[in-house]
Structures are given as C-alpha cells and as structure tokens.
Design a protein around this ligand. Structure first.
Ligand code: DAH
Length: 356
C-alpha cells in the first residue's frame, strides 16, 4: 500500500478518517469486482461502477466538501493513489481476460490438418448420358462416325423416305406427335439415315443418338426417350457384317460371355429384318421376372437397308448395300442397372440420380 498506510485513527477529523477508510474499502471492493468479472463486458461494467463519471470514486470525491480545507490535500492524494491502483488493477484484469479470449478462440478455431477433408458434393452425368457416351465410344472404336439430326422432322424423313408410307400400318404403330406445317416430333432416330445418306457419299458408317417422341406413357414407355440409330453402307455388305458388328457391340457392353440370338422380324426400312436378343443379364438365361421367364432380353431391331431407302437417298442399291440397327438407350440403361420404371429416369430425383 502507498501513502495512506502512515495514517492512523488519531490523525484528522472523524469525517476525514471515515473518508479515508471508505477509499480503502473502495479499492478492496474494486479488486474483488474486477476479479469476479468473467469476461470483458463484465469487466467494463465493473470499471464504470468504480471509475466512471458516476462511479464510486466520483461519489467519494464529492464528499471532499465535508472536509476542512487543510485536510483536502491529504484526502486528494490518497484518493488519487487508490484510483491509480484501481486503474492498474483494471488494466491487469483486462489483459488477462483478453489473453484468455484469444486462447479460447485459438482453441475453438484450431484446424486439425490430419482430419479428412469435407466431401464436396459433385455433379455427375445422368445415367442415360453415361450409356450414350459408352455406346458411342464402342461404335467409334469400330470406325463409326457420330452425326446428329433434328428432333422436329419432316414426314418425308421420318416416314416416307424410310418406306413407311401414309397407309402403312407402321404409322399407326408409332403414335406420332404432329406439329404445324406437316412436321412431326421424330418418332425414331432412323430419319438420320435419310438426312446423312442424302448428304454424304458411301462408304458410310454412322451412329446417331438423341431424343425421340411418341404419344405413349406407362412404366416402360415415356413420351420422350432416347434412341441410337446406326448404319453402315459399303460394297457387298451382308447380314454377316451386321451380325459381327452387333455381337461385338453386345460383348463390349455386357461382357464377352453373354449369349446373343437373332430373330426374324419386320421393319419397313430393312429387308430382311431381325431383332437381336441377348441372354438375360439378371438370370443368365434361366428365366426370371425381368425376361418374362424366357431367358432372353430384346435389345435392338436391325436389318439390311431396304433398296427403296437407299434409292430415296440417291444411293444405287445395285452398287451399294448396308445394314442398319436401332436401339433404345433408356432400355439399355434400365437393363444395365436393373431399373424397372422408366419414369425414374426423368423425375430428376437426386436420391435416385446420385446412385449412378
Ligand atoms: N426405328 C425403329 C424403332 O423405332 C428401330 C429400328 C429397327 C431401327 C430396325 C433400325 C432398324 O435401323 O434396322 O423401333
């Protein structure tokens, strides 16, 4: 303690002694109050209570009026000394609390560099797009080129040029969305044959994927779905080439062991026509719900391009021949993953899509 300690009870008037005692008490109280303050806000409150304009020391200061003139310097000296001590205690406690606050924050914000990183959600390709790329890559590796054609198509390209005449039952088979001016939303990608073969000279090996539209909707049909059309035109092309290419394709897609078979079929734009089945990927051919107990799954339609179609594109069928095939990318995708409802592919539910 400083100057005040020399004073004793015999010195000065009772008013002075009382004031000096209260100044000492104020110091002791301040020390306690600062110690109790658990954070900077509480300390600031305590500082104002003692050192503020209306604080305890200011109140004591006002009591100087009750002192004799010669007692005032002593009391003033004492009050200033105690005040200095309180200011020092406040600063000391402030520093302590600030350091504690910094330490608390350092601890709270500490980075553990050994923790695994937070997973960043990534986008991914839609399963049909994955299938499209995979299937295109297989045909590219066999020398096929990829071309595109419009989704809004003339009736000539979508039907007539493909030998599907207006009175042909195949037109009823394909429930068509007609647009203005005699155009249609293409019902299949086969029109790509007409567009590309009209434009380019053979030899040609083309695949073309894209959206097609039919007025049809149930668990296995969607009004919009995806197809791939493929065809090859060259000299002396036979069913043997067709079989070789399509079997290679199935083996590239599902593995070299999967069995295949060709069944005779009918399409107006191919002659002869066939359908390609592969052994059911779910039961390996023994029969299950997916293959309706037949052991086989229909994969695609195919055939030798009809001479009428070649002629419609300005290609001489006496010189050139070719094969064509068409397949559903939705169906391939559903078979690949065992999806039994086509609508799942178009609902854009991330819980579904994020599985692929
Ligand atoms: N266009 C046919 C369809 O939509 C699929 C098809 C079958 C295409 C046989 C072909 C083919 O090129 O040869 O069902």
């Amino acid at each position: 303690m400083t100057e005040g300690s020399a004073l004793n009870e015999e010195v000065g008037s009772p008013a002075l002694r009382e004031l000096l005692a209260e100044i000492d008490t104020a110091l002791a109280d301040a020390e306690q109050a600062f110690g109790r303050a658990g954070d900077l806000a509480a300390l600031e409150e305590a500082r104002i209570a003692y050192l503020g304009k209306k604080g305890r020391l200011a109140t004591l200061n006002q009591r100087f009026g009750q002192l004799a003139a010669d007692e005032k310097p002593l009391a003033g000296k004492q009050l200033n000394a105690r005040k200095a001590e309180i200011v020092r205690l406040d600063a000391e406690r402030r520093e302590q609390l600030e350091r504690a606050e910094i330490e608390r924050r350092l601890e709270a914000e500490a980075v553990d560099v050994t923790l695994p990183g937070a997973a960043v959600p990534t986008g991914r390709l839609h399963p049909i797009e994955q299938t499209r790329r995979q299937v295109e890559a297989i045909f590219r590796s066999m020398g096929f080129r990829v071309t595109e054609s419009p989704e809004v198509e003339t009736e000539w390209v979508n039907f007539e040029a493909l030998n599907i005449l207006s009175d042909h039952p195949a037109r009823d088979m394909q429930d068509t969305f007609f647009t203005d001016r005699g155009k249609v939303l293409r019902t299949h990608t086969s029109g790509n044959q007409i567009r590309t073969m009209t434009e380019l000279e053979p030899p040609l090996a083309i695949v073309s994927t894209g959206k097609v539209y039919r007025c049809d909707s149930d668990v296995t049909h969607s009004p919009m779905f995806y197809q791939m059309e493929g065809y090859l035109v060259d000299k002396a092309i036979s069913m043997g080439h067709l079989k070789g290419v399509l079997e290679s394709f199935i083996h590239a897609l599902y593995g070299a062991k999967v069995g295949t078979r060709f069944r005779p079929s009918f399409f107006p734009f191919t002659e002869p026509s066939a359908e390609l089945d592969m052994a059911c990927v779910f039961c390996s051919g023994s029969g299950c719900r997916v293959c309706s107990q037949t052991g086989w799954l229909e994969v695609l339609g195919c055939g030798m391009i009809h001479p009428v179609v070649l002629r419609n594109c300005g290609i001489d069928p006496e010189v050139w021949s070719g094969f064509a095939f068409g397949l559903g990318l939705d169906r391939i995708t559903m078979l690949k993953y065992g999806i039994d409802n086509i609508r799942l592919l178009y609902e854009n539910d991330l819980r579904f899509l994020s599985q692929f």
